[in-house]
Design a protein around this ligand. Structure first.
Ligand code: FAD
Ligand code: SF4
Length: 530
């Protein structure tokens, strides 16, 4: 029998950073590391094969690095015949084998995983020491402090606090507001310069993002994933995501040099057949902890200070990483587990089946879902204002929408996905994350794609009734009719509700009838599970 070890350091699939707090005082002579590939993490929602491949390949590359350091590693493969299939089961097995005195880990990102590991540790009678995740600018405790005493939380207030505290895009050292001191360029927010659509000429020539040919490890994982999860969504043919820190740094470099200058103005634009546009595609690498938000933010700020990136683009990008990403994590940990079951608008429709196939005559949805299945990626506005908007207007149960987003994107981890889905996109939290539901008619999609999607669609974005009616537009008016009392005096969308006065009773009745027929038709296709 092997002698017992002092600390068993637990490393999860989204904790692939050898400098993490879990390794403080790590002593390879007395301590060991545990990593496990388990089926449950790909099946509690039907994880896309692209997402599972990314996680497993990045884990195997990380394991290789730890072994090269000479650190003792207990690594369980997915196809190990003894694998119990769950993190809790595998941890229990490792505890019996290695007999550690204590379990140590960087705090997990997900509430579900933390609960399972805590239970497994308690059942084994062992202490589980959780250490702060230094990856983030803001700890969960600091965020709770920020939230305490505030009636409403707003990202903008939090973001400004982060900018001040971490001296990001700030000028001068003196008192804020005095000459030369304060936010760079004298403004916190460049939204007025950003958020444009491309115009009829389209995005022009967009540089190809860095893509990485699968090496032998990735190829083995791809074969394993195809074998183990043949019915799961996602296509592995074009898999080229960064799976190591070196690759992730290269992807960041290419983004900052080639696409960041145009990020700001066009971060909200959409265009048929153009999945990548001017975005960074580094969320998955950050969420797996291959790269740090600090280095991402510093790299973008440096490019602005060196005069190679306009301030609105640098600020627009940094706002996403230092602002939104940290903010949603804070909200997640202060709102769980309630957030998971939240449903403020009492939405009860099933998710339409076409979310798993892309097979719909709605050109904008077909393109956004098609590229998601092909690449595991869609950018923020496609998620919020195409797939998310349709689910919100249709009234899909938020839990089902959440499970789809968690399954389908390469960057999906619950702490960031759930607040974005339940909060920002579906308004299921009743207005904690954002002050208003993001609702719009098909005219918004028409505008943000300079009419390109609608020109190739069988529907017309300005029409709300009849055979040519755009389903987004029918459902938009139906949403306002359904929720008119709730939002009549709402500061930000009250004006949209008041526009209902433009409809005659006859038009309103026709819209409600058409929306009901659409729901009934789509309901027949719901309930699909891969
Ligand atoms: P860019 O547009 O280039 O933005 C740069 C970085 O900013 C991103 O890499 C990301 O880390 C961060 N960021 C941008 N927007 C947000 C945001 N709203 N919340 C948190 N971070 C943000 N992001 C995830 O990382 N994982 C998810 O599972 C996820 N699910 C989402 C679900 C819905 C319904 C919505 C509306 C958004 C979701 N997002 C999620 C946020 C955002 O859409 C993605 O981070 C972004 O599209 C990733 O692509 P990118 O790296 O090219 O981002
Ligand atoms: Fe989408 Fe409606 Fe435009 Fe068709 S008409 S592409 S469904 S917004």
């Amino acid at each position: 029998m092997t002698p017992p070890i002092r600390h068993l350091v637990l490393v999860l699939g989204d904790q692939l950073d050898g400098r993490a707090s879990a390794f403080d005082e790590f002593d390879p002579a007395q301590d060991g590391i545990w990593m496990a590939e388990v089926r449950e993490e790909s099946t509690h929602v039907a994880s896309s094969r692209i997402r599972t491949t990314l996680f497993l390949s990045a884990m195997r590359h990380h394991a290789q690095l730890l072994r090269e350091r000479g650190w003792p590693l207990h690594y369980v493969r997915l196809d190990d015949p003894a694998n119990t299939g769950s993190l809790a089961g595998e941890l229990a097995r490792a505890i019996r084998l290695l007999r550690p005195e204590r379990l140590v880990m960087t705090a997990p990102g997900d509430w579900r995983v933390l609960r399972a590991l805590r239970r497994a540790a308690a059942e084994a009678g062992l202490a589980l020491e959780l250490r702060d995740d230094r990856h983030f600018f803001c700890t969960v405790r600091e965020f709770a402090q920020h939230a305490r005493g505030r009636g409403t939380l707003r990202m903008e207030n939090f973001y400004r606090q982060m900018r001040r505290q971490h001296r990001v895009l700030m000028e001068g050292e003196g008192e804020e507001g005095s000459e030369g001191h304060g936010p760079a360029g004298g403004r916190w927010n460049f939204d007025a310069d950003n958020r444009q659509s491309f115009g009829a000429d389209g995005p022009g020539i967009v540089p190809e993002p860095a893509r990485f040919e699968p090496d032998q490890i990735t190829q083995e994982v791809m074969a394993l994933v195809d074998r183990e999860f043949p019915r799961h969504p996602g296509n592995l043919d074009g898999f080229a995501w960064p799976v190591t820190r070196e690759q992730a740094l290269l992807a960041l470099e290419r983004f900052v040099e080639e696409r960041l200058p145009c990020f700001g103005p066009w971060q909200d634009a959409i265009w048929p057949g153009q999945p990548w546009l001017w975005h960074a595609h580094i969320s998955a690498a950050m969420n797996l902890k291959l790269i740090e938000p600090r280095e991402v933010v510093a790299r973008a700020e440096r490019a602005w200070r060196e005069g190679r990136v306009p301030l609105p683009s640098a600020e627009g990008f940094i706002r996403q990483v230092l602002g939104w990403r940290e903010y949603v994590r804070g909200v997640y940990w202060t709102s769980m587990p309630g957030l998971l079951e939240s449903n403020a608008l009492n939405a009860q429709a099933p998710l339409p089946g076409f979310y798993w196939t892309g097979d719909t005559p709605m050109a904008c949805l077909s393109d956004a879902i098609g590229q998601t299945l092909r690449l595991g990626y869609a950018h923020h506005i496609q998620r919020l204002m195409v797939t998310g908007l349709f689910a919100l207007l249709l009234g899909v149960r938020p839990r089902e929408v959440h499970e789809w987003y968690l399954a389908i994107y390469v960057d999906a981890v619950e702490w960031v996905e759930l607040p974005n889905t339940a909060g920002m996109s579906q308004y299921a939290d009743g207005g904690v994350i954002t002050s208003k539901p993001y609702i719009a008619s098909g005219k918004y999609i028409e505008r943000m794609s300079a009419g390109q999607y609608c020109a190739q669609c069988r529907y017309r974005p300005g029409v709300s009734q009849g055979p040519e009616a755009c389903p987004f537009t029918t459902l938009y008016w139906d949403f306002l009719l359904e929720h008119r009392e709730r939002f009549a005096n709402h500061q930000r969308i009250g004006a949209q509700v008041r526009n209902l006065s433009r409809l005659s009773q006859q038009q309103a009745d026709a819209i409600r009838a058409q929306a009901a027929a659409l729901r009934a038709e789509l309901e027949q296709t719901g309930g699909y599970t891969p």
